[in-house]
Design a protein around this ligand. Structure first.
Ligand code: NAP
Length: 264
């Protein structure tokens, strides 16, 4: 299979690659990359990152860096990317791809009026909104227009970013803000290919956390139903859909495309 957006000599950065959807993105994208490609995997768990790296073909180079993205400074992110690119720099690549996948679901036990702690809000937004925005800017410093590298930015978003779910105000508002950031980026930089991909309900730790901790009984029932009816998707299913969407390129840059949307 050849997916033009992922073919050739590619620099691929994936956040949240130590498990779940991020690990699967690494596994499914790696065989599509050409010789000389380099994959940079970020998350906190060094062992999880190593396990992901062990699943990737020996023909591409893989760097893993254990980093807490909620506290990493822009300089730290510059250092991580700069070190991975050394010594030949950005120009050795034909394509640069970044997947903003890392996220947390936050506290899903409370209703909106109970969310009165500024620090909890700040901590949540640090990881889920500010970190992808800053990392994206740093990535674009390396892969700027002068580097003459085709750029693809994938933000892993959610239906929760466009539809309200009770007890999920941290997650829903964070996903909405993060998605809008990438929509603004897409209109400012029409030469960059930007996709907001919503993966559907997927069997991962995040989904299990919601099923266990969600406060609102109606929403809990809907999430538990996903488990009992076995209708949640596997990571393979959602990432192969993402690959098909990238292959079709039938979306407008910045668009929100959901797993269940037809025509892609
Ligand atoms: N699962 C679903 O049903 C579903 C539905 C819609 C959207 N999504 C989205 O899909 C993406 C992946 O979620 P998932 O379901 O695969 O969740 P997951 O299994 O919980 O994975 C989350 C990833 O984010 C990383 N991460 C969390 N906090 C971090 C931090 N402070 N610094 C660096 N990395 C951090 C985790 O690695 P470490 O713990 O090692 O740091 C892990 O690799 C998220 O954006 C999520 O919102 C998921």
């Amino acid at each position: 299979m050849s997916v033009p957006a992922l073919s050739g000599r590619v620099f691929l950065l994936i956040t949240g690659a130590s498990q779940g959807i991020g690990r699967q993105i690494a596994e499914s994208f790696a065989p599509l990359l050409g010789d000389g490609s380099l994959v940079l995997l970020l998350a906190r768990s060094a062992s999880g990152l190593q396990e992901t790296a062990g699943k990737l073909s020996g023909k591409i180079k893989v760097h893993t860096v254990s980093v807490d993205l909620s506290t990493a400074t822009a300089d730290k992110l510059r250092d991580i990317i700069g070190t991975a690119l050394t010594p030949a720099g950005a120009k050795q690549f034909e394509k640069a791809v970044i997947v903003h996948n890392a996220a947390s679901v936050g506290d899903v036990s409370q209703s909106t009026v109970a969310m009165t702690d500024f620090q909890v809000w700040r901590d949540y937004y640090d990881l889920n909104v500010f970190a992808p925005a800053v990392l994206n800017g740093v990535f674009m410093e390396f892969f700027n227009a002068d580097a003459k590298v085709a750029r693809l930015v994938i933000n892993i978003t959610s239906k929760c970013g466009i539809e309200p779910f009770k007890s999920m105000a941290y997650y829903c508002s964070g996903k909405a803000a993060r998605e809008m950031f990438f929509k603004v980026f897409a209109v400012e930089y029409p030469n960059v290919n930007v996709l907001n991909y919503s993966p559907g309900p997927v069997e991962t730790d995040m989904l299990r956390t919601v099923q266990t901790n969600i406060g609102d009984p109606e929403v809990k029932e809907a999430f538990v139903q996903l488990a009992t009816s076995r209708s949640a998707l596997t990571t393979e299913q959602t990432v192969s859909r993402l690959v098909k969407i990238l292959e079709s390129q039938n979306y407008k840059s910045g668009q929100h495309v959901d797993y269940y949307d037809s025509g892609y």
